[in-house]
Write a protein that binds this ligand. Structure first.
Ligand SMILES: [Zn+2]
Length: 679
């Protein structure tokens, strides 16, 4: 229904591309996200891409490398791909690790770059890595090294390389040490002088630091470096945590013209990269931390400065936990006390500290039981709150998303105003995105239990994802991600062609979040959902009426935000709705005319002529009206009440009056001016 017209006089640009995402659009088309050498990241519509013998011929598969002809549109619109040539297809070799690594490259290209911001060097680095990973025959250990090397290269090229040789804060040389402090928020290693008071600090082993330095320094180091499992695991954990801190906070685009994107742009934002990397962060635009501000904040606990890693290092506020706890007549608790497992603050605190130490070393599996002890032994306390958060984080970082999601939610249920609220919303949002993407990628069957993959729920991945979006919104309806999660839910339904559900959530966003950046999109996509939900002239027409109203609202409410093309589209949609409405009335009119209930028929013909004067049926209606102008109803309707009741529209009195008037006018032969819209 939406035609992405383009100016045929434009000449397409040719560019080298890596395909980082492709999602279906309509029956055979695709919206693809490409990382291009010449123009940076761009999203384009490839019409008919998945038709056999299309001009794209398989070149738009994930991680394909090739050349594309693209018609570049203005800043906020979807580009149009006209042709593509495949140079190299990504081949799945014998290694799952290599495939995962390839997916991760696609995701990194997506999250580390902004649209239309070219970095040829970055392209070349990613391309080389993807070529190496394709049809991988080497050992899995080398995949790890290659990935980390590439990650470091991409971070360097986007200006976010961690400092590995000198202190990130004071640039002093670092004394050799068995473990070196690495500040996630400070962007690298810290000297002993700068270390105190910093949050989100992990202790990196000498071996791991040496490996990081080597991989950061030489381009081909991954080929020769030998990473023992222990070091490889530590490096992975460091990089995961680093990326989590870089990408994990929701920097909502500060509205403005960029955000009022064309509908299709929304559609391609909604599916998280086909990521199976352990970190599927929301597609948040990259933002550089403001220099100065960050270093000041690092010492004090701003919401973002809090470390996920060091909960036991918080100066615990000397809140009185009191002994209310014992007032509770909780038999279980008493029993625990009797058996020596009763509440014990020092015990819980030391369990938490031990767990945090393990967490810092990325030994999440070992930290889990300790956090559970901390939760168990000093409930209803800051200790419990911290331990619950950390426990969820352990599950998150070990890719056990169902457990993580449950735990995050439990934390909010117990501590409704927890200081982790924002970060919990981020995590739940990310997990939901990941599940939706997974579901769309694999079309996971609903009722076959999943026993192999701990990162997705046992049953119904998609349903759980939608619930996670619900949690984001319900836990904190005024939170930053509340409207994002509604939009994501709506879009997920839209992509699955569940038009009524999609319509509901777009409607929810319009009514509950009128200040949302997604408002216009919720109108445009809501309109589409309503139209698709409408099943035809033989069915209930309420949704069509709503679509009509919504289309009018869009034109009235966003006159400045729609560009000419969008305005034209909405106008066209409006005309289609009118045609559909006219058709509904026409069917009724014909039905009554056939039964010789001319009075009723006249009402509907008149409605068409009056309300939809520009439709083809309007003229036909006027002719029909002339034709039956003098005809009497077959009998004087023996069942007037019945007609009224059966009248599917149960017209209101006022409307009946208006129609009778119109009927009379037209009956008087006053059809010449009938083309003028009355409304
Ligand atoms: Zn320093």
């Amino acid at each position: 229904m939406w035609h992405t017209g383009y100016n045929p006089r434009m000449t397409p640009d040719k560019t080298q591309v890596i395909v980082i995402r492709a999602i279906p659009f309509g029956e055979t088309s695709a919206v693809v996200t490409l990382y291009t050498r010449e123009f940076g990241k761009l999203r384009g519509l490839a019409k008919g891409a998945w038709r056999p013998k299309s001009a794209f011929d398989g070149a738009l598969d994930l991680l394909s490398i090739g050349q594309v002809l693209v018609l570049r549109k203005s800043s906020d619109q979807l580009d149009v791909l006209t042709e593509a040539r495949l140079d190299r297809r990504f081949r799945v070799g014998g290694s799952v690790a290599a495939v995962r690594a390839g997916m991760q490259m696609a995701e990194l290209l997506d999250v580390l770059t902004a649209d239309a911001d070219p970095h040829p060097e970055l392209f070349d680095a990613a391309e080389a890595t993807i070529v190496a990973l394709s049809d991988w025959r080497g050992p899995d250990g080398a995949v790890q090294a290659l990935v980390i090397q590439t990650e470091l290269a991409l971070l360097r090229l986007t200006g976010h390389a961690p400092s590995l040789d000198v202190c990130a804060e004071c640039a002093a040389d670092l004394p050799p040490a068995a473990r070196t402090a690495f500040g996630m928020l400070d962007g690298g290693v810290l000297c002993p002088r700068c270390r105190p008071g910093k949050r989100a600090v992990v202790a990196v082993s000498a071996d791991a630091l040496a490996a990081l330095r080597r991989l950061a320094a030489a381009r081909d180091a991954w080929r020769s470096i030998d990473l023992p499992d222990r070091v490889a695991g530590e490096l992975r954990a460091i990089m995961n945590t680093y990326f989590a801190h870089l990408l994990g906070r929701p920097l909502r685009v500060s509205a403005g013209p960029v955000r009022r994107a064309a509908t299709a742009v929304v559609l391609c934002c909604l599916v998280a990269a086909a990521g199976c990397a352990s970190l599927s962060m929301p597609k948040m635009p990259w933002s550089k931390p403001q220099p100065g501000v960050d270093s000041q904040a690092a010492g004090e606990a701003g919401p973002d400065a809090d470390s996920a890693v060091i909960s036991s290092e918080y100066a615990q506020p000397e809140t009185e936990f009191g002994w209310d706890y014992f007032k509770g007549e909780n038999i279980k608790k008493r029993w625990k006390k009797l058996t020596g497992r009763g509440p014990n603050e020092p015990f819980a605190r030391s369990a938490l500290a031990e767990a945090d130490a393990l967490f810092r070393e990325a030994k999440y599996a070992k930290a889990i039981p300790k956090y559970k002890v901390a939760i168990d032994r000093w409930p209803d306390s800051v200790i419990e709150e911290d331990a619950m958060w950390q426990l969820a984080e352990c599950w998150f970082f070990t890719d056990q998303y169902p457990k993580a999601e449950d735990q995050y939610d439990e934390l909010v249920k117990k501590y409704a105003n927890t200081r982790y609220l924002d970060r919990i919303a981020q995590r739940q949002f990310v997990i939901a995105q990941y599940w939706i993407a997974l579901d769309q990628k694999k079309h996971l069957p609903l009722l076959v239990p999943n026993l192999a993959d701990r990162s997705r729920p046992l049953f119904d991945t998609r349903g759980r994802a939608l619930k996670a979006y619900d949690h984001v919104r319900i836990n904190d309806p005024r939170g930053q991600l509340a409207d994002d999660s509604i939009m994501a839910q709506a879009n997920a339904h839209f992509m699955d062609r569940q038009w009524m559900d999609a319509d509901y959530f777009y409607g929810l966003l319009r009514t509950e979040y009128p200040d949302s950046d997604f408002l216009l999109q919720a109108h445009l996509l809501g309109l589409q959902a309503k139209l698709r939900a409408y099943q035809g002239a033989g069915y209930e027409g309420g949704v069509l009426d709503e679509a009509e109203i919504l289309a009018d609202q869009i034109l009235v409410q966003f006159p400045d935000q729609l560009d000419a093309e969008e305005q034209q589209r909405v106008g066209k949609t409006r005309a289609e709705i009118a045609a559909q409405q006219a058709q509904r009335h026409w069917n009724r009119a014909e039905f009554y005319a056939k039964g010789k209930h001319y009075t009723s028929a006249r009402i509907y013909y008149a409605l068409i002529a009056r309300d939809y004067p520009k439709t083809q049926l309007a003229q036909a209606s006027r002719e029909k009206l002339n034709l039956i102008a003098d005809k009497e109803d077959v009998s004087d309707n023996p069942f007037p009440m019945l007609t009224r009741v059966l009248n599917p529209d149960s017209l209101k009195e006022a409307e009946l009056d208006a129609m009778a008037e119109a009927d009379a006018q037209i009956a008087r032969g006053d059809t010449s001016g009938g083309g003028a819209p009355i409304r």
